[in-house]
Design a protein around this ligand. Structure first.
Ligand code: NAD
Length: 289
């Protein structure tokens, strides 16, 4: 297929390369000349603007920083410029409302569109092992699935338009809260005189077990290899966790949902990011406890 890829940063760069490896013809655009040069090295055709990149394609994939940018890029340069009937896949993490309104605008102009945010970081984007959670109609999902499969290990239909973003921010609100709970628990265990590896061996087989502990332990030297073992470099940045928690708080407010743990996690991550730690992995918040 001919696919345009907009936004070839940390995540999009690897994703576009995997589309090329799967045999697709990929036309790329990014505001950053460095990102565009890397895309070219990976076999994409580089374009100077979105309108030219989407001309004549079967599908458009985007991996952009936020909802405001997604809204402008689609309304200004994709809708009306990509061929009628083309499929749009926005893989960025954005708010549910923007996902729904941009999709409605695209569908109203004769296109199909899914929101398809991802779970998994830069390594999963490069390795083609992302998990996609997809919002859209059954028809749009059926068309999107083979494209997304070239970039991921799992593609799950979450529901109608916006459901992919809803699943993503609910998941990440749970992740943020569970990471802080895991961090404070290990600090308490330490102060109570427990050996941390011993506590890990117990809790990972008991009812406190959770992903933040057993797949991504925030304590260096305990559990499997994680960013904690690399001085909290790499992994999932605190700034991105804060972004997702803010999206979750806005979504909760919009539907009048009570999320006290999510609110607390958002406040703690905001304070930590404001202290200058936005670039560190989100498990580094253990240092504040
Ligand atoms: P990034 O900043 O590395 O990449 C974004 C790219 O978009 C940049 O190269 C930037 O130049 C480009 N861009 C910005 N405005 C543009 C425009 N108007 N037109 C064309 N290109 C434009 O960010 P990232 O880490 O790749 O994240 C992208 C998305 O993926 C975000 O929504 C993020 O929340 C989500 N995400 C990131 C991770 C992660 O671990 N990095 C994990 C899951 C989801």
């Amino acid at each position: 297929m001919k696919i345009a890829f907009i936004g070839l940063g940390n995540m999009g760069g690897g994703m576009a390369a995997n589309l090329v490896k799967a045999g697709h013809e990929v036309s790329a655009f990014d505001l950053s000349p460095e990102a565009l040069a890397r895309a070219k090295e990976n076999g994409c055709a580089a374009f100077d603007n979105v309108q030219d990149a989407v001309s004549g394609v079967d599908a458009v994939v985007s991996m952009l920083p936020n909802g405001a940018i997604v809204d402008v890029v689609y309304r200004t340069d994709v809708i009306g410029h990509a061929p009628q009937g083309a499929l749009f896949l926005d893989c960025s993490t954005i708010d549910v409302d923007t996902a729904r309104t941009v999709t409605a605008a695209a569908v109203g102009a004769g296109y199909a569109m899914v929101d398809a945010p991802v779970s998994g970081g830069i390594a999963a984007a490069n390795g083609g092992t992302l998990t996609f959670m997809v919002g859209g109609t059954d028809d749009a999902f059926a068309r999107a699935e083979p494209i997304l499969s070239a970039m991921g290990k799992a593609v799950i239909h979450a529901g109608t338009s916006g459901a992919g973003q809803a699943a993503k921010i609910c998941n990440n609100m749970l992740l943020g809260a569970s990471m802080i709970a895991t961090c404070e628990t290990f600090r308490l265990a330490e102060k109570l005189g427990l050996d941390l590896q011993t506590f890990y061996d117990i809790s990972s087989k008991a009812s406190g077990q959770n992903w933040s502990m057993t797949s991504y332990c925030p304590v260096p030297g305990v559990g499997p290899q994680s960013p904690a073992d690399n001085d909290y470099q790499g992994g999932f940045a605190t700034a991105l966790m804060l972004k997702d928690l803010k999206l979750a708080m806005a979504a909760a407010q919009s539907v009048d949902a009570d999320v006290p743990m999510g609110e607390k996690a958002a406040a703690l991550y905001e304070a930590y990011a404001d202290s200058g730690a936005g670039g560190l992995d989100f498990s580094a918040i253990i240092k504040t406890l």
